[in-house]
Ligand binder design. Sequence first.
Ligand SMILES: Cc1cc2nc3c(=O)[nH]c(=O)nc-3n(C[C@H](O)[C@H](O)[C@H](O)COP(=O)(O)OP(=O)(O)OC[C@H]3O[C@@H](n4cnc5c(N)ncnc54)[C@H](O)[C@@H]3O)c2cc1C
Length: 466
Amino acid sequence: SRSPPPSDSVIIIGAGMSGIMAAKTLEEAGYKDYIILEADSRIGGRVHKGQVDGNTVEMGANWLFSGGPKSSPAHEIAKKIKLRTLYSDYGNLSSNIYKQGGGLYEKHVVESAFKVADARQEFGTNLSKILSSKKGGDDDISILGSQRLFKQVPKGPLDLAVDYFYNDFEEAEPTRISSLKNTFPRQLMEDFGEDSYFVADPRGFETVVHYIANQFLSHNNNKITDPRLQLKKTVRKINQSKNKVIITTEDGSVYHANYVIVTVSVGVLQSDLIGFVPRLPLWKKLAINNFDMAIYTKIFMKFPYKFWPTGPGTEFLLYAHETRGYFTIWQHLENELPGENMIFVTVTDEESRRIEQQSEKKTKAEIMQVLKKMFGNGKQIPEPDTMLIPKWWSNRLYKGSYSNWPNGYTLHSYHDLQQPFGRIYFAGEHTNSTYLGYVDGAYFSGINTANALIKCLKHFCEGRRS
Ligand SMILES: Cc1cc2nc3c(=O)[nH]c(=O)nc-3n(C[C@H](O)[C@H](O)[C@H](O)COP(=O)(O)OP(=O)(O)OC[C@H]3O[C@@H](n4cnc5c(N)ncnc54)[C@H](O)[C@@H]3O)c2cc1C
């Protein structure tokens, strides 16, 4: 276009929860001159259903939370649209932990391991509160560091499996890495509650994002027709000058606007998918590259028949191996998808990276070994008919699952991560310090960043120019 763009035009990069909420916030404030550029052929981003032989599973976000003093906006919408969710009951886990070589640990043995894990967490949470109460102080320690200080470092397969369940199952990174101060207490659970509900609806969790989008983008039969949403547009360059931004996509399209909101994951920002002209300043590059993108992988399997226990109190199972995080956390899907003979295992971090790089055949063989130990009991067990291994890390549009705050990363750096640079604003799960890593974090980040931009359009711009 030859004519100069109107002075309040905005481009939003990414149509995940944060991008959709940023657009909605602009729209409701009367700023309708925006375009959303999304690389994928769908909206929703990391809220993404998959199919296993016709059964819907959630490859990305899966749990919603409740029972706390505040309510989770994602959960509220899920209730409104009657999304099917099932309460995750971990209460019987002490009867469901398998030894490395097979057989269950005795309940009382596991219960004392849980007691120690609870004590570690309590010590860590108290220490974290002390560290946080020092205003402006940068003192922090890793979760593992706090366990050392408590003279209670996990060792042995059972203790490692329990520690992995308490920590990595949520942060998706090892305790050696995660910041104690910025992890405990887990603010999301303090606010929204610890009761977790597993989304199991054939429409998928992503219906929540669609529901929001349909409130302000024109649509027809559930398909968004609004020309301001442009799918299959992978942004490769953001060129910023004094008066505007020029955005180039992979297919050669060029877009002009006055401001841009970048909602891609911190993993994508760490990659070279999007080139910035001029380059991002050092303070911004440090903030981006010192933060962590964790990896969390659910490997879904459908078998010809069930050879694991079903019925009350059996949904969650742990496998305790001497290698921390080696196919530790299992969940069967008998409640969600009865009669479908489905189960999944969760891996994180280096195990996720390893599995993404090796053949499915190799992964299947490893899993069969584990399943044989857990449930074989000398009997033959069948191979899965179908496996689904999401590859969040290899996918250039995500480069991981969700962000995690590493020990040593200061509040000052975090502020730099959130800060706009000139006309470039940042949103996304990783920019919400309260609910970092969650769908609700993405939700609020979209609102907050759009509001900061609206403030700029109205009177005052925060964006540092160098
Ligand atoms: C395996 C897994 C499990 C999870 N479990 C939970 C859970 O149980 N509960 C929970 O609350 N949260 C969970 N999360 C986290 C949650 O899914 C995310 O925090 C949230 O969805 C992130 O939203 P976002 O808008 O910040 O980012 P995204 O959803 O990543 O949106 C960014 C969008 O930008 C697009 N994009 C990337 N690069 C470009 C480009 N160059 N040009 C154009 N578009 C681009 C992407 O395609 C994407 O659609 C999980 C995530 C994963 C992956």
